[in-house]
Ligand binder design. Sequence first.
Ligand code: FAD
Length: 393
Amino acid sequence: SAPLVIVGAGQAAAQAIASLRTEGFSGDIVLLGDEPYLPYQRPPLSKAYLGDELSEDRLELKAPKFYTDSAVALRLGTRVARLDLAGKAVELEDGTRQPYATLLLATGTRARDLPVPGATLSGVHSIRSIDDVKRFRAETRPGARLVIIGGGYIGLEVAAKANKLGLDVTLVEGQPRLLARVACATISAFARDLQEGHGVSILTGMGVARLTGSDRVTGVELTDGRHLPADIVLSAVGALPNAELAAEAGLALDNGIKVDAQARASAPDVYAIGDVASFPSTLYGRRVRLESVQNAIDQAKAAAKAITGSAVTYDPVPWFWSDQYDVKLQIAGLLDGFTRTECEGDVAAGRFCVRYFDRDRLIAVCSINDPKSHMLARRALAAPAPQATPSPV
Ligand code: FAD
């Protein structure tokens, strides 16, 4: 019979293979990935690998032997061009068809294009893959002027590593503060002080009008008319789900591929996991799409269970981390919709946590160099909500 076919060879795919075999799945597995690499970890791309502190082979999520032992047919450097859901097959770029019995979509996200003139000049980078880092590192040298556009996690992590590599770094953020989408003002201010303390210039509430240069980038023109000279530009303005294959095939979308709590997409025998999938969160009372290792791993496990007939409900407490200089930031939960915060610890000493509440309900905790509060937070958030005490009649 036809194999289980996985499209996209990243974090979620590697976990799905491991979990399928653990759950006793004995059918054939074909892994199709457009990058030439075995599934690898992306977090170090803006951290240790960028800083030359981790070699390329250490990025691999599983050693080559894992795929042989798991009897996986690996087809790397192969891009899937089309899904034929009615015919239960995927079509590769060269036109060949790969039939499937079960299809697992794990195509991840890609860097969002910078929506300004000059975005395609040489010397303008984004970081999503090993090859992106190789191209970026080929141009970094001490003293080079790097302008980073976007003050989210990736922008800030790259700022820290580039600063350490001796580049002259300026970061431009359109929102009034750093990490505006994902953290509160206390964390944003801390992140800013941290960067500025190391000599990175930060401009917030500042738009980019265009990138200058005729072939290679020479600078960044800001919306207030100022011009920042640049030898290299990094665009770090977020990611978009690689959901086009699914869209063209008619699968339901909702901020990525729409799946249920067992990672099932809207067609029979089709599942989607990881960055590309949005799922219903009971915990947060809405559909969420997460871009994190936690989600790629745990949703892959849930899909493997559903495929092997022991379905569970995927309703995680999301968690995430970021490393900048000697600071480890960890977030448990999602902090959208918080009505108040409590801060505990010593902000000046760089060891504290912020708890986020929606009225009285704890919804998230952000910890700075405080792994213990992070672990406690994950436990507290996972605990079932206390039942309302019945009022006496
Ligand atoms: P990916 O790992 O992105 O894999 C998807 C794969 O599918 C890619 O190789 C892609 O090229 C391939 N693909 C797409 N379309 C096709 C097609 N048509 N045919 C064939 N192949 C295709 N998360 C954290 O929790 N903590 C962190 O500190 C952190 N840091 C990060 C730093 C960086 C620089 C980046 C880029 C990400 C970071 N993340 C972090 C996020 C984390 O890496 C992702 O959430 C995770 O990789 C998602 O796994 P995935 O399998 O869904 O997608």
